[in-house]
Design a protein around this ligand. Sequence first.
Ligand code: GLC
Length: 434
Amino acid sequence: MAFNEEQFKAIKAEFVIDGERLQEIAASFRQDLQLGLRDVTLSSMRMLKSYVGLPSGKETGEYLALDFGGTNVRVSLIRLDGDGKFEILKRVGRPLIVPGQYDYICKDATAEQMFDFIAGLIDEAIDGDRNTKYYLGHTFSFPSTQTNLNNARLIIWTKEFATQGVEGEVANDLLSAALKRRGADNVEPVAVLNDTVAVLLSAAYKTPDTFIGSIYATGHNTCYLEPSIHDPDCFGSGGMILNLECGNFMKLMPNRFDKEYDERSEKPGEQRFEKMVSGRYMGELLGMAIAELLGEKGKQYNLSSIDMSMMILDESPNLSRATDILMAKVGHELALEDVKKVRELAAAIVIRSARLAAASFVAIVWQRAGSGKIVRQHVAVDGSVYEKMPLAKENIVKAMSELLGEDSSQVDTILDNGGSGLGAAIAAAMAVQA
Ligand code: GLC
């Protein structure tokens, strides 16, 4: 059965954001930011305090960095040498879920099981050493209320995590208890930070003039250095970094696929922006569109963003790779014309995602500039979508230049690969060396 041309065009149009709409979204994001700075309850974003500003670049010493925020948990031992230099001395990582074997992120898993697993990984990184004192920076990439640099209480799980007994708890208390149970209390957590904050610290350590940090991966979120916030408990300089939790930005128009997906997600009504932007959801949106075109609305195919990227990258004349992926996931041998349409839809979903992310970056640049000039600066981004998804990066650049006009040469995006780990080590150093 071939796709209906009209239906295809209508669905594709739902994912297009034109120039005017892009301006409106950026303006609305900026307004939400301004509201939140006045009174956080007025913003749809959480705008969480991190108790850290920019590093000096002179931070030194050996630190453990725990990166916990997606399905893979990583622990690294990192030596900071100052002057933006560092070395990763050891690195271990393991998924929190191996289908058929274990799953620490589902509803049935408990906080103890999850943190015991993480403590085990930390122990592996230090080869079971019980004599050396290790300070640990913890990149905990979920919305958390902080009262200082080492105390972050999880507000709500995002990214479809559902483990019991973690929401409402202090992440590093759970971690310290697990380290203690294991007898590894020579490891002391001293800092906890969002992955966006880690990316900003990591990029700023190496590249001056970086004030915005973002993750564009399974999840999507951005932080920035807010110069007007001063707090005696804040480490570093230049004000305080705010973790926007902009995945929860609500003041934009979701289409009917976004709405429908949201309704059946783990947390309906939450993270509406993230559900339109991040890698966790793009494949789901594409799957819903394909189901309609195939006349099997409501059917789920489990298409991932990796499938999407492989289909977009397939430029062979007969699109054999894309056809095989669709056969395996959707269960239909699609005609070449229909596979082409699926690729077009996939591209439209990625481009929309990139344009939305770009609108949020520009909104923050505008906000930081106020009525003054936009200074030369970098936006640090890490994450698989930014790095690997075809069309993502180029469309961020394009949309930012559409929005910034003649100021666009002042702002660029830079990849900060692995920033989540390095940033955690930098935060630990800032806490210990202050
Ligand atoms: C989700 C989390 C946020 C994190 C982002 C990227 O949006 O709520 O804290 O920064 O994913 O991992």
